[in-house]
Write a protein that binds this ligand. Structure first.
Ligand code: AMP
Length: 307
């Protein structure tokens, strides 16, 4: 049971109605890896950082038993930097800055020992980097999941469409699904996207949960109604980490098991939004996760008699 993760390891600077951070630890692969570590699955990250990346952050990731051999450190380079501001509804955010820095010339190299992962989680990153990693593997993983965002649709559409052909599951948010399919209805959007390559599609709807589409089946998982969402950054990646981690751990890639995986992803994401950045994930305990999974169970459990 192994999970290889590709994605950014980053500096994030976040503004919400609750406050503003300095440059803190962020990045898609960071959130994915930290979420998956809660599932005790063997995981490794392929990414790139600059010389400015603090040892303290490296130590934090290593303490979560994430294999960092695939993270290249560029001498004299600057780490990928992203800044975002959330509006009052906490669902809409404006990107204030995206500095690719070391990501610009990144040539990923999958370390020996990671060429046969069970599950490959291609986190949000340049689609060519995602494709290069897939091509470096010796055997095709049992499941390939890809996450992306509007930035890559705007700048690297053709490359994205190309890598999508080799992917099993795509995870995107509702806005991105609409942009990708040019359809407003998410059901119509899903139909179109499922013709682009993946056999399964997850559409994340923030505080409104997530939809799982596979052939003619649809499943819906709610998000936990929280009194205060403090910082949604990384919720989508945490979700992806929980989803991919659960599937790598259980080695069952059926639609039924994906439903469970979605609940794990949603439960983990509900923690991430409680504090800035990775703060909440870093301190999360197994007991807290189990309790929250139980809350999710009761949230959707009902009895109905049909005749
Ligand atoms: P999420 O809130 O789950 O959509 O993801 C937030 C994370 O995505 C942040 O930690 C950022 O560092 C990272 N991020 C932002 N823009 C990009 C981008 N263009 N490519 C890859 N990662 C990004």
């Amino acid at each position: 049971m192994s999970l290889l993760v590709v994605g950014t390891v980053a500096f994030d600077q976040i503004e919400t109605p609750f406050g503003k951070t300095d440059k803190i630890l962020g990045g898609a692969a960071t959130f994915i890896g930290m979420a998956a570590s809660m599932l005790e699955v063997r995981s490794g990250i392929v990414s790139v950082i600059g010389e400015d990346f603090p040892q303290e952050y490296v130590d934090l990731l290593a303490s979560k038993n994430i294999d960092l051999a695939g993270i290249e450190k560029v001498e004299g380079g600057k780490t990928f930097y992203w800044a975002g501001r959330y509006r009052n509804d906490m669902n809409t955010r404006d990107t204030l800055a995206t500095e690719l820095n070391v990501l610009e010339n990144f040539q990923p190299s999958v370390p020996t020992g990671w060429k046969n992962p069970d599950v490959l989680m291609l986190g949000n990153l340049h689609p060519l980097v995602q494709k290069t990693v897939l091509n470096q593997l010796e055997t095709r993983p049992k499941l390939v999941i890809l996450d992306t965002m509007n930035f890559w649709m705007d700048h690297t559409w053709d490359e994205l469409m190309d890598v999508l052909k080799d992917v099993d599951v795509l995870t995107i948010n509702d806005e991105e699904a609409r942009q990708m399919s040019k359809e407003y209805s998410l059901v119509k959007a899903a139909k179109k996207i499922l013709e682009m390559g993946p056999h399964t599609l997850i559409i994340k709807k923030g505080e409104h949960g997530a939809l799982l589409f596979h052939e003619n089946n649809v499943f819906f998982a709610p998000a936990l109604p929280l009194e205060d969402v403090f910082d949604p950054t990384g919720a989508g990646d945490t979700f992806a980490g929980g989803f991919s981690g659960f599937l790598a751990k259980t080695q069952n890639y059926s639609f039924e098991n994906m439903k469970r995986a979605i609940i794990y992803g949603s439960a983990l994401a509900s923690f991430t939004v409680e504090k800035f950045g990775t703060e909440r994930l870093a301190e999360l305990t197994d007991e807290e996760l189990i309790q929250r999974l139980d809350v999710f169970k009761s949230l959707t459990n009902f009895d109905i008699e049909l005749d």
